[in-house]
Write a protein of this length. Structure first.
Length: 369
């Protein structure tokens, strides 16, 4: 049996049972397991049985499987090669008194700003999968494929929209630190903001191309003037959404991940990013398909926007969706991968199509009563 204590991390570890093996050395442990010992979540027996798997992408993250099968996610920040986790720690501390936020995030077992450490319950599948992106498939435009990727089921899209809308409504007006601007809003049209020595020529040329497109620069200027404030994730995408087990009501349980870019910001950006996941996969005429409509209706049910603001919200959400796709082009330029030839141009063209589609904003508005 794995010995795990879920109380306050500074109250000490569980004592090893009588007759436990000796000779255990902390230096033999993997870094995330040692961190769990340091904060008192594992004793020496539990540490010996734990298995760590590096699942890092932008910052150090491990999945730790305990001896009894339970899985934890350990995230590390400054001092471990990762970003400052102060904002993400703040978000998880908010879950202690903001029930709608707690319902949408993984359970936090350790929130330690001093150690730059987060320990969360793993909400993925035992094989490490579980995000909507893994379930549905990544955008076809990134691989150059011409066929539609598998679409998201409307009932899942509705649950996702409602979860995000509920978080936005519950946190509206909170005194939060402002979120850093998304990449496309922070850099397009601002050449002085780019540290030339830290980016390659592909990034510079992509920024110059985006900055030369009036539809892009007009949308950037508009979204730099937020009209409302609430807690925003600022990196909402299907890769950061996990579908948990069905709730007793039969609806999908949606869990939102990766809050290190969060803060006070414009809710239209979060919703626009999720809408972009549908639009970037579309072929033929751009339209709000049944799943995208369900996403928007779910958001409206969760956020309950005031009457009379749906037209403004719809316009900003559509602009955010177009700019999120433009940001994908910029991200490809930052981290090119094999097989991405032409992806920047395809994504830029799709962003322009979204921003110039005359009927798209009206379709969005009809879903946001």
């Amino acid at each position: 049996m794995t010995h795990v204590r879920l109380g306050h991390p500074r109250q000490g570890t569980v004592a090893a049972p009588s007759g436990a093996a000796t000779g255990w050395a902390r230096s033999d442990l993997a870094a995330p397991v040692a961190a769990l010992v340091d904060v008192g979540l594992l004793d020496e027996i539990g540490a010996a049985q734990a298995r760590a798997e590096d699942i890092s992408r932008a910052h150090p993250v491990w999945r730790v499987t305990l001896g009894d099968g339970r899985r934890l996610v350990v995230k590390a920040g400054i001092g471990h090669g990762g970003p400052d986790l102060a904002v993400e720690c703040l978000v998880y501390r908010m879950t202690r008194w903001c029930a709608p936020l707690a319902a949408a995030l993984p359970a936090a077992l350790v929130v330690d700003e001093d150690r730059q450490l987060l320990v969360l319950s793993d909400v993925g599948r035992p094989d490490g999968s579980g995000s909507l992106a893994q379930r549905v498939g990544f955008p076809a435009l990134l691989s150059g494929a011409t066929a539609d990727a598998t679409r998201l089921e409307p009932w899942i899209a509705y649950a996702l929209g409602r979860a995000v809308g509920t978080v936005h409504r519950a946190t509206a007006g909170f005194p939060l630190p402002p979120a850093a601007p998304p990449l496309v809003l922070g850099l397009v049209g601002r050449p002085d903001a780019v540290e030339v020595e830290h980016v390659g020529p592909g990034v510079r040329s992509t920024l110059a191309a985006l900055g030369a497109l009036p539809a892009i620069t007009a949308a950037v200027a508009a979204l730099r003037r937020p009209v409302a404030g609430c807690l925003v994730n600022h990196d909402l995408k299907w890769d950061n959404v996990v579908l948990g087990p069905a709730a007793p009501s039969g609806t999908a349980e949606v869990v939102l991940l990766d809050w290190e870019l969060a803060g006070l910001g414009d809710p239209a950006w979060d919703l626009g990013c999720l809408l972009a996941e549908h639009l970037v996969r579309a072929t033929g005429r751009l339209r709000i398909d049944p799943a995208a409509a369900a996403l928007l209706r779910g958001y409206a049910d969760g956020a309950r926007p005031r009457s009379g603001v749906s037209a403004v919200l719809a316009h900003r959400v559509t602009m955010a969706a177009g700019l999120r796709i433009a940001q994908l082009a910029l991200e490809v330029a930052y981290t090119p991968h094999s097989g991405d030839d032409g992806a920047i141009d395809r994504l830029t063209d799709r962003a322009l199509a979204v921003l110039s589609a005359d009927t798209l904003t009206e379709e969005v508005r009809r879903c946001l009563p």
